[in-house]
Design a protein around this ligand. Structure first.
Ligand SMILES: Cc1cc2nc3c(=O)[nH]c(=O)nc-3n(C[C@H](O)[C@H](O)[C@H](O)COP(=O)(O)OP(=O)(O)OC[C@H]3O[C@@H](n4cnc5c(N)ncnc54)[C@H](O)[C@@H]3O)c2cc1C
Length: 497
């Protein structure tokens, strides 16, 4: 007899919402997490008097009370909405190339159009037309794809069928001539990790649409507050969690899950495992090679791994205004050649496109009184960091950070003089804390071929399924939502038996 209806491996966003969904449905669930805190990427750490947010720059999908987005509804159903305070960030972002341009966009369609029309008068007519397309396309994508319209067709959703896989750069080129305007509009590519020449317009449009319509949000207490709330609710719903206790083996017999062995050496019986660990780790490290069905490993040869991140966490001895920080989200660039910037993510050379988030602008209580903090991040692939010998790692990491700071100082003069605490995370840091190959933060590459559009994430092993970035796509909203939908599939399967 199984001791647990399900075992969830990993307490990242996907693992937490998956475990909670199962526990709320009355199932007996064990959640195993290797780290000593829940959250995976969605955690914080303390240096000096600062508690640094590891990952969350802008939460998408929340929406307001009056106009709830999909994430607000899900967190409400999971019982954690009133346990965390969500702070709306007024401006979408500031994009600045020191000495070249400096543009801030409000998270509001009309205001964005006005700002861009004033700044780019030659593109005055094209700007609203572009937003008509962006909105028209997004509405068709939501109705046709997300709401699973059984009658989805080219005739009913022409914009969706025409543009879903068109490269974002191509659409921008159709509308605009000014390279600055194109760069400002498409800068979210550096969040997703796919440059505009490859980024499907569908992915770009729905992201920009969602951030404008549902607004970017910050969490009081950082993403750790949400991870803690999810874990607390899981425990109150009867779930059992073991932190600092990873899973070392998924036990299978005749192609079916029968149990899980923990890193502490005990084996528990279950017929269902929901893995928030990477698919590669799950198949290669946690399951006996003889039990992994033929073809499963082969399939990974045609997939790519997403970027990781390089982040400088800074605690300042002053208020944001004193160092000229007036926006929460600041994209800083020194190029308009986004293809080149992207190609540098695969090297140890400075990419020149990053995002500096100062949470204290939207939430003045975030850091101790009279101080503030910022996370300055650029995405990067893990590969080149594997080539750095251990004795050169420290130098390589601080050299890279130094180059990034030189660029940031051009925007925020004197920033370095006010740093009281600083910590730097590389892809190796994320590899260490998350256990994901190459320190990947989004699972597989977010380029269409490796997303659920074309790749089934179902496991051929009966009782095994996945939640989180490796199961769907990366980012807070998708991973929080994926845990819930994977858990629902498990509940359906349980109900059939
Ligand atoms: C620096 C940085 C900035 C980011 N910025 C943003 C942003 O602004 N907006 C956004 O939407 N997204 C952002 N992301 C991405 C987002 O945080 C992630 O995509 C998302 O949180 C991943 O969630 P997940 O469910 O896949 O789990 P993960 O966070 O990957 O966690 C997986 C968990 O599984 C555990 N685990 C692994 N193996 C085992 C095992 N064998 N046994 C037990 N436990 C195990 C790990 O310890 C970990 O806790 C950022 C990420 C980083 C690192």
């Amino acid at each position: 007899m199984p001791e647990y209806d399900a075992v969830v491996i990993g307490a990242g966003n996907g693992g937490l919402t998956g475990a909670l969904t199962l526990a709320k449905a009355g199932r007996k669930v064990l959640l195993l997490e290797r780290h000593n805190v829940p959250g995976g990427c969605a955690t914080s750490f303390v240096r000096g008097r600062f508690e640094f947010e590891v990952a969350l720059h802008q939460l998408s999908g929340m929406g307001s009370l009056e106009r709830p987005g999909p994430l607000r509804s899900i967190l409400g159903e999971l019982g954690v909405l009133d346990k965390v305070e969500f702070v709306e960030i007024e401006n979408l972002y500031r994009v600045v190339w020191p000495g070249e341009f400096d543009i801030t966009l409000r998270a509001e369609r009309g205001a964005i159009i006005d700002t861009l029309q004033q700044r780019f008068p030659k593109e005055k007519e094209a700007i609203p037309k572009f937003f008509d397309l962006l909105y028209g396309f997004s509405m068709q994508m939501i109705q046709g794809l997300f709401f699973h319209d059984p009658e989805i067709s080219k005739e009913k959703y022409p914009l969706y069928f025409k543009y879903a896989f068109t490269p974002t750069q191509k659409v921008l080129d159709e509308f605009f001539a000014d390279p600055v305007l194109k760069a400002v509009l498409s800068i979210y590519w550096s969040y997703v990790g796919v440059p505009p020449r490859d980024l499907p317009f569908g992915d770009f449009a729905i992201m920009l649409f969602s951030y404008i319509e549902f607004k970017p949000y910050h969490l009081k207490g950082g993403s750790q507050a949400l991870s803690n709330a999810l874990l607390d609710e899981f425990l109150s719903s009867g779930g059992e969690a073991r932190l600092s206790c990873g899973a070392s083996k998924i036990v299978t017999k005749n192609g079916k899950v029968t149990g899980v062995t923990t890193e502490h050496g005990d084996t528990v019986n279950t017929h269902y495992v929901l893995s928030n660990a990477s698919m590669l780790q799950t198949y290669l490290d946690l399951i006996d090679p003889g039990e992994v069905p033929a073809g499963v490993i082969e399939r990974f040869r045609s997939t790519d791994i997403s970027p990781s991140a390089f982040t400088i966490y800074m605690g300042f001895d002053c208020e944001p205004g004193e160092i000229g920080i007036h926006e929460t989200s600041n994209f800083i660039t020194n190029t308009l050649d986004m293809d080149e910037a992207f190609s540098k993510w695969k090297t140890l050379e400075q990419a020149g496109v990053g995002m500096l988030s100062c949470y204290d602008v939207a939430d003045p209580d975030f850091s101790p009184a009279g101080t503030c903090q910022a996370a300055y991040v650029t995405l990067l692939y893990g590969d080149p960091w594997y080539t750095v010998p251990p004795h050169q790692y420290y130098d390589a990491k601080y050299r890279y950070a130094d180059e990034m700071l030189k660029l940031a100082e051009k925007v925020f003069p004197g920033l370095r003089d006010h740093i009281e605490e600083m910590e730097v995370a590389t892809p190796m840091t994320h590899l260490r804390y998350l256990g994901h190959i190459k320190g990947a933060i989004y699972g597989h590459e977010q380029y269409a071929k490796d997303t659920p559009y074309f790749m089934s994430h179902k496991s051929p092993i009966e009782g095994l399924s996945f939640a989180g970035a490796w199961a769907m796509s990366g980012g807070f909203q998708p991973t929080l939502m994926s845990g819930r939908s994977s858990a629902r599939a498990i509940l359906k399967s349980m109900a059939k038996k």
